[in-house]
Design a protein around this ligand. Structure first.
Ligand code: GAR
Length: 297
């Protein structure tokens, strides 16, 4: 994947992305001429472009950004501290290929000053969210969240620093999920029909679609209608459980709860063996085992 990062400020998430994906970030764009993110990009030898965002000039800004993305063959756009709303036209063109990170557990505390909003609300926990971008303010489908405690002694700055550490882990993880085809926006009825034909129900969750794809990889297409319809079926149930297991590390649940989910893999593997799917099960879990270890050990 060829990545572009849009940033308005300091660029610490950009730095985390550069570390995680050396050579893949080809373009950094900022609406602010003096953004530190542009300096970071130049230091890393990456094209750094200032594109002004004049008052009432969003269409011009987006046209210039689109031209740069095309020129550099970008396939995934990452907003990292980019503080502007993009149009439905632009975000629709990039649907499923444009991500943002936000310093709260959305849908709580969208918009500006998310950390101060958490303090003002007396929240015991906050964190960060990586989500697909649509035309709303921090409203797109969520990819993953990380939770951090809010301490009684916190100021907005100390809370922001704790959240930022979580952001630097979360953003690369979310990108890896998208790259692996495990994260995508909630499917529309048209998406479902295009992928699964006339047998597709009008609505299915991202989790059901991931499980349906697993079943196809496993050579068990007969269980696909059951998994999409939520009907009981032993192989469909295994695919759903395997999907939960491989994504357990992406939740904002406490570590002991995630460990408990991960510990379930022994009985699940036994079930897979009974259904002659042990190898397929191992391969599916392997996709995220490395990520699990990075995150939790
Ligand atoms: C990060 O905390 C990011 O979540 C936030 O701006 C900061 C950018 O830091 N983004 C938003 O609030 C978007 N609504 P960085 O420039 O060091 O990556």
């Amino acid at each position: 994947m060829t990545l572009a990062v849009l940033a308005s400020g300091r660029g610490s998430n950009l730095a985390a992305l550069l570390d995680a994906f050396p050579g893949d970030v080809r373009l950094v764009i900022s609406d602010k001429p003096d953004a530190a993110a542009l300096d970071r990009a130049r230091e890393a030898g990456i094209t750094a472009a200032h594109v002004p965002f004049p008052k009432g000039g969003r269409a011009t800004f987006e046209a210039q950004v689109q031209a740069l993305l095309d020129t550099h063959g970008v396939t995934l756009v990452l907003l990292a501290g980019f503080m502007r709303l993009l149009s439905a036209d632009f975000t629709g063109r990039w649907r499923g290929r444009i991500l943002n990170i936000h310093p709260s557990l959305l849908p709580a505390f969208p918009g500006l000053h998310a950390q101060q909003q958490a303090l003002d609300a007396g929240a015991a926990w906050s964190g960060c969210t990586v989500h697909f971008v649509d035309a709303g303010m921090d409203t797109g489908d969520i990819i993953l969240q990380k939770r951090v405690p809010v301490l009684r002694s916190d100021t907005a700055d100390t809370l922001a620093a704790r959240i930022l550490t979580a952001e630097h882990e979360a953003y690369p993880q979310a990108v890896r999920l998208v790259r692996a085809g495990l994260a995508f926006p909630r499917p529309t009825p048209d998406d479902l029909r295009a992928e699964f034909g006339d047998q597709a129900p009008p609505h299915a969750s991202v989790r059901q679609v991931r499980a349906a794809r697993l079943l196809q990889q496993w050579g068990r297409p007969e269980a696909v209608p059951a998994v999409l319809a939520g009907a009981p079926h032993p192989v469909a149930a295994l695919a759903l459980a395997t999907d939960d297991l491989r994504l357990a590390w992406t939740t904002d649940a406490p570590l002991n709860e995630r460990h408990a989910t991960w510990a379930d893999r022994a009985p699940l593997r036994a079930r897979a063996q009974a259904l002659h799917l042990a190898e397929e099960f191992d391969a599916a879990v392997h996709v995220t085992a490395h990520e699990w270890e990075r995150t939790t050990l």
